[in-house]
Design a protein around this ligand. Structure first.
Ligand code: COA
Length: 165
């Protein structure tokens, strides 16, 4: 399937039903629609969706606290993966966080989640530790980008943006 992403834009309450469907496909313990609704009302959050043919095909969110930005979630429609939609979403979240004054980026990821690990490593995240039992059935790797506001990371982000056209 050819997926042309027409836009990455801010998530609104109207997107939640479509986001909840993708969430249930992507995660064993999905967030409820109510959780997304609450997240959208909280300060320091930015949630985005990727659209293709006016359909939501991916989403993600970030929380900024002081100089740290925490990637809260990201998922892509299983029928639309490996088409750089996850990369576009991450670039949008990171740019939003840097715009809010974040200097460092962090996230947790299941140790077995090769797709997400590949995405995060491509962006420049490095594993700094293990959080045993973070998930009900699995450990989490904790990943960081430090000094994301400085030249080397910004240039990496620009290069990735250019590659996507
Ligand atoms: C992780 C996820 C968001 C990636 O989305 P995506 O749109 O397929 O990602 P992209 O096409 O932008 O891929 C970016 C990079 O990630 C890596 N990657 C993506 N899928 C991969 C896979 N199945 N196996 C190995 N590496 C993979 C590659 O390095 C890829 O770079 P490339 O395109 O230059 O090869 C998607 O697989 C997903 O929704 N998974 C389920 C939800 C989830 O696990 N979210 C993360 C929670 S921490």
């Amino acid at each position: 399937m050819e997926v042309a992403v027409s836009s990455v834009r801010s998530m609104t309450a109207a997107d939640i039903p479509a986001v909840a469907v993708l969430e249930a496909r992507a995660f064993a313990e999905p967030w409820s629609p109510e959780t997304f609704a609450e997240e959208l009302t909280l300060p320091n959050r930015r949630y985005v969706v990727a659209e293709a043919d006016e359909k939501v095909v991916g989403y993600g969110g970030v929380m900024c606290v002081d100089e740290e930005a925490h990637i809260m979630t990201i998922a892509v429609d299983p029928s639309a993966t490996r088409r750089r939609i996850g990369t576009r979403l991450m670039v949008a979240l990171v740019e939003a966080a840097l715009g809010e004054g974040a200097r460092h980026l962090t996230l947790e990821v299941r140790v077995s989640n090769d797709a997400a690990l590949g995405l995060y490593r491509k962006l420049g995240f490095a594993s700094v530790g293990l959080r045993p039992g973070y998930y009900r059935d699995e450990d989490a790797l904790v990943m960081w980008v430090v000094n994301a506001d400085e030249g080397p990371f910004r240039r990496r982000l620009e290069r990735i943006g250019e590659e996507m056209g």
